[in-house]
Design a protein around this ligand. Sequence first.
Ligand code: ADP
Ligand code: MG
Ligand code: MG
Length: 251
Amino acid sequence: MLEIKNLQVKLEEEDKQILKGVDLVIEPGTVHAIMGPNGSGKSTTSYVLSGKDGYEVIGGSATLDGVDLLEMEPEERAAAGLFLAFQYPVEIPGVGNMTFLRTAVNAQRKARGQEEMSAAEFLKVVREKAKTLKIDAEMLKRPVNVGFSGGEKKRNEILQMAMLEPKMCILDETDSGLDVDAMKLVAEGVNALRDGKRSFLVITHYQRLLDHIQPDVVHIMANGRIVKSGGPELALEVEQNGYADILAEVQ
Ligand code: ADP
Ligand code: MG
Ligand code: MG
């Protein structure tokens, strides 16, 4: 279970507070969505959870199954079961996708005190997962993300997610947005990886993604706080009326 309590965060370089007391509890096996106007602190929330540089936690806590995430290095957070999708869209010329995935998986296993996966075992697992996710095995042989289309990059991120078997996946659909096809791919991947224990936090500015991923709980973030939470109908309300009504109501 992910438990965020009164999380307050400022920029490291500037005297600017971005998160002003975020409270969020995500139970195992549930899908939560965070929506909200631009600049409300959605991406900052995901960055702080993943341990990105540049942010200073000035109050509150964030734990995964009772373990303090905020004290950990990013690799330790991954080992603890946290996965931030769209965190590795980088192209790595000269490094085969398969090698990259295996290195990531084995680094995580090592941090968990588990034995490395053998090349043969890895190959078997990655082929199975690629098949389940309808990913062409040919993509596994190519250098990481080099010359990948937007859709292929998304598929690859979903494959990374599948291989690392996280407990808690955070997906941030950046403001640049995904096109409809890429969005469907992401949604299919998420739906394929839902299993009753794994949880998802889907961050999105628009309602569109939630047409394809049915969330259990929808939160609205504004000005560094979660100001309203509800069921999937909250996303539809935003789609129809925008944020103005909700924000006026909670002022
Ligand atoms: P959202 O994802 O909801 O659009 P962000 O978390 O990206 O919002 O940003 C929240 C606010 O913090 C915005 O006002 C943004 O300009 C500011 N912000 C976030 N990160 C930085 C940064 N590294 N430098 C300057 N301002 C930042
Ligand atoms: Mg933004
Ligand atoms: Mg954002």
